[in-house]
Structures are given as C-alpha cells and as structure tokens.
Design a protein around this ligand. Structure first.
Ligand code: SF4
Length: 339
C-alpha cells in the first residue's frame, strides 16, 4: 500500500506532561473569598502525569485579599459587571478584565485552561447572573476574567473543571490539549501549505471520531492555499478545535476503528485480521475498553506497513477515563491474535 509521507513533514507527537493553566483554588491553594479551596471540583487524579499546572487566581491577582467579601455578576448578559454582594458600590469589573490582558503572555506556552465553574471571575458558562438585583439569578453569565481569556485565545482548549467529571468532556479536553501542543510544535517555524495539509492528514480519524462532517468541512478550507497560509491556518485550527470539542461516542469510535481496520485488508493474515475485528466488536458491545482495539490496530497496521493509517494521531493521542483502558506496550501482539 502506498503511503503519503505526511508524517515526515511533522514533528514528533507531543509527550506528556504538557502545561495547562488552572484556576488556583482548584490546585488546593486556599485563595477563595472564604479562605478555602476547591481541589475536589475537577478530576485532577484522572489527569495525573499528563499535565503540569500553572495556577492563576485573578481575584488575588488584582489585589483582593484572602478572605475577602464575595462578588457576583449583575446587569445585562452582554455587559455584566462584578460587584460586591454586600456592597454593590465595589465594582472590580474593569480590574478583572484588565488583569486578563496582563496574563495573556503566561498562556503562550500552555495547551489548555481549566477554570473553576460558576465563579463570577473564572466560570466559563452558566455563572449566576443577577439581571435584576432584587430578583433571582439566571445561569447565563461568564466570569469576567474567563470571558477575556476565551475571547483573546479562541483556539486554546478551555473547560470548566466540573464538566471534566463527564467522561466524554474529559476525553475531548485531553485530546484538544494534545492536538494544541502538536499544532504549536508544527507551526513553531511558521505555517506553510505542505505542513498544513500534512497536519490535517494526521488528524483525519481523530476529527472523524468527534465530528464526522468536520473533516470534509475543514478540508474545503484548505482546498485553496494560494493566499495567506498563516491566516488560513489560524482559521483552520480554530475550526479544528471546535470540531474536537464535540464529544466522541462509542458509536463514533467504532466507525473510525472499522475504517482503520480496512487498511489491514490484504496486508496481514486472516487470523490476525479476525483478532482485530473481534477486539473492535468487543469494544462496540461495551465489553472492552477503547485501548483494546487501539492496541490491536497499532500492532496490525505496523505489521501491515500501513503507514498512512499507523501514523494517524487518533491511534497515539493519550486517553483517560474508565472507557480508555490501560496503555499496552507498543508492538505487543493482539491478545487473541494468531502468532
Ligand atoms: S474561582 Fe478564580 S478567582 Fe475565585 S478563588 Fe478560584 S481562582 Fe481565584
């Protein structure tokens, strides 16, 4: 089988640990308004070994003490303000927004950001917003610091820590951070058309697992690279990050695994192909973790010399959570394969 050499144009896949920014109270630091922390508000143990964290507390950063009077969001959803709960004349909105700008350089070498959910400074979505100071809040706000970061870094993987307890969200976040790191390495010396297309090829099956239609959509974006590759590349990467934010499912993974299985046809023996097919079927039926067919496919594709398929980042990106399963050393034969 002929193999486009897209992998030769790209750097090695990134190895953990990556660096991510994290709301400081999630790290166990006692920086909350009440002098406490919220280390339990994200599944940090599940991410052990994957990341080094860079803690940031915007409220402490703008000079508010610990403990301090709490703040809340008030006003219209499009232009909320952060004011004191007890003394609404205390308004720290402008300071929080300006502080975000001062921290942007610290995000140049990070590959993700985990925020403390529902904070008027750090929450990404669903923060209590008091449109009517006398009425009940509506969960339609975004923390003022987080909103500035999201606006300034549209391609940076961001997530509220509490969302990461949901396995699909956790998998999506981890994947996005590693793709982000891969992109930073790929484009460190600038973006050119050949590496852009190579990067897109490497991410093909990863994208398909998250959003089946996005691969074609993103490919159309790259169809004409006669203009400014830098500008097209930035648009492409923002679109890629949006696609990978969609949660993969057992069904979408099965579809991708079966596509990759097709590269084994005629390239390895029937008993080995049956073993890989059985592993995919066990995963499809919920009887095996995703790592089981991934491991068997890596083994089979390497044996088959199917380089285009073996070099897909889908097969190598780190995976977490109970569905992912333990990593099996590369090169180990399928557990049910004939040898
Ligand atoms: S939510 Fe944000 S501002 Fe509040 S204590 Fe945590 S890091 Fe600081």
């Amino acid at each position: 089988m002929s193999s486009p050499a897209f992998r030769d144009l790209l750097p090695p896949f990134p190895e953990p640990p990556l660096t991510i920014a994290v709301s400081e109270c999630l790290t166990g630091a006692p920086v909350r308004y009440d002098g406490g922390h919220r280390a339990s508000a994200w599944p940090r143990p599940a991410l052990e070994g994957l990341y080094e964290v860079r803690p940031i507390c915007p409220e402490v950063g703008i000079g508010l003490g610990v403990p301090r009077p709490p703040i809340r969001l008030v006003g219209a959803p499009a232009s909320p303000r952060a004011v004191g709960v007890e003394d609404p004349s205390v308004d720290v909105s402008d300071r929080l927004r300006a502080y975000a700008g001062t921290r942007l350089p610290d995000l140049d070498d990070v590959d993700g950001y985990v925020f403390k959910a529902r904070s008027p400074s750090c929450g990404l979505k669903g923060v209590a917003l008091h449109a009517d100071p006398q009425g009940p809040p509506v969960p339609e706000g975004t923390g003022l610091f987080a909103a500035e970061i999201a606006s300034a870094r549209p391609a940076l993987p961001l997530e509220d820590g509490e969302n990461l307890f949901e396995p699909g969200a956790l998998e999506s976040f981890v994947t996005r951070t590693f793709v982000h790191a891969f992109w930073r390495r790929t484009t460190a010396g600038g973006i050119d058309a050949a590496r852009l297309i190579a990067f897109h090829s490497a991410c093909k099956y990863l994208v398909m697992a998250h959003d089946a239609s996005a691969y074609r959509r993103l490919g159309r974006l790259l169809a004409d690279l006669s203009g400014n590759a830098e500008t097209t590349g930035e648009r492409y990467f923002e679109g890629l990050m949006r696609a990978l934010a969609a949660r993969p499912t057992r069904s979408s993974h099965t579809n991708v695994l079966q596509h990759l299985q097709g590269y084994l046809r005629g390239a390895i023996g029937a008993p080995d192909r049956r073993a890989v097919a059985a592993a995919i079927e066990r995963y499809r039926n919920g009887e095996a973790a995703l790592e089981t067919p991934l491991h068997d496919l890596r083994w089979g594709l390497q044996k088959a010399g199917a380089r285009y398929a073996f070099d897909q980042y889908y097969l190598h990106v780190p995976r977490v959570g109970p569905q992912a399963g333990a990593t099996v050393p590369a090169g180990t034969a399928p557990r049910t394969a004939a040898s």
